[in-house]
Design a protein around this ligand. Structure first.
Ligand code: PBG
Length: 330
């Protein structure tokens, strides 16, 4: 242990000027670290603001392409798309998820044509498509694991065929990573990346997202606690991640972000694999609303993202990606 004494050591010396602080900065955030989640819907209006998510919209396909063009202008190169599905197209099995002309498949195909270099991430889970709002098949009041995984395999393959570079299972069924990897390999999608929502907690921070994709009403008072993790647990997250890596995940993700940075740090230290953080809808809305009210300075958003980097995140999904990119560029 080095002995540190004052005044030989004055830690304030390297904090005295802005450029000095930059020189000794241990972490950095730039546009390469940011992934923009985007909501899409089959709607006549170009874009509709989501009431519980200031500045965030649901886009139709034309507006999506416009938005992605704007993102490329500010240096964002990766997007994750999430659909809001018309109530009339939802059913108990989420069968519209497997329809190759659904809005996600159309968006992926359209994006692949127009923006071949942009990294397109597509969620694998049934919740936008089921009339009960769960991520899997509901049988006798229980979300059925193995039957759900079969559907997720088909959904993942369809998304890969439609042009997704990264498949992101967010459903938290057991064994789905292996099953999806096997399906991708046997269909010759050797290079499709699996970004596993490995440590996804049953969190109340997802509220605004569920409103945005329209699953809140379907889910009602039901919870996802039988498949998403208990927020009291850390060891279990490492267990999940270890299994997902073995099953074929290329990248793992922790979700939510800010309140779960101990999980990020532990995963990064133990497994040394690419690890992403999802700063989820509730986190975004809390900060953004406070900024808009003038209760918090706008720098709080950058701070929260930088803290994700400090914890070990390689990249961050954030609804604030675009606005932060604009700031980083200025
Ligand atoms: C669906 C899914 C959810 C989120 C991403 N994919 C919600 C949920 O699990 O209920 C949440 C993202 C956010 O809150 O921003 N499987």
């Amino acid at each position: 242990m080095i002995k540190r004494t004052y005044p030989q050591t004055r830690l304030r010396r390297t904090r005295a000027k802005s450029f000095l602080r930059d020189l000794i900065a241990e972490n950095n955030l730039n546009t390469d670290d940011l992934i923009q989640p985007i909501f899409i819907a089959d709607q006549s209006e170009d874009k509709i603001e989501i009431p519980s998510m200031p500045r965030i919209h649901r886009h139709n396909l034309d507006s999506l392409y416009f938005e992605v063009e704007a993102l490329t202008q500010v240096g964002i190169k990766s997007i994750a798309i999430f659909p809001a599905i018309d109530a009339g197209k939802k059913d108990k099995d989420g069968s519209y998820a497997l329809d190759e002309s659904n809005i996600v498949c159309l968006a992926l195909t359209g994006l692949a044509e127009r923006f071949p270099d942009i990294i397109k991430i597509a969620d694998v889970a049934l919740d936008p498509y089921t009339d009960h709002g769960h991520d899997g098949l509901l049988m006798n009041g229980r979300v059925e694991n193995d039957e759900t995984v079969k559907l997720l395999q088909d959904q993942a393959l369809l998304l890969a065929q439609s042009g997704a570079d990264i498949i992101a299972p967010s459903d938290m069924m057991d064994g789905r990573i292996k099953a999806i990897r096997d399906t991708l390999e046997s269909n010759k999608f050797f290079d499709t990346i699996i970004l596993s929502y490995a440590a996804k907690y049953a969190s109340s921070f997802y509220g605004p997202f569920r409103e945005a994709v329209g699953s809140a009403a379907n889910l009602g008072k039901a919870s996802k606690k039988t498949y998403q993790m208990n927020f009291a647990n850390l060891d279990e997250a490492l267990h999940e991640v270890g299994m997902d890596i073995e099953e074929g995940a290329d990248i793992v993700m922790v979700k939510p972000g800010t309140a779960y940075l101990d999980v990020v740090h532990s995963i990064k230290s133990k497994f040394q694999v690419p690890t992403f953080v999802y700063q989820v809808s509730g986190e975004y809305s809390m900060l953004q609303l406070s900024i808009e009210k003038g209760w918090l300075d706008k720098d709080v958003m950058l701070e929260s993202l930088m803290c994700c980097k400090r914890a070990g995140a390689n990249a961050i999904l954030s609804y604030a990606a675009k606005q932060i990119a604009v700031e980083l560029n200025s």
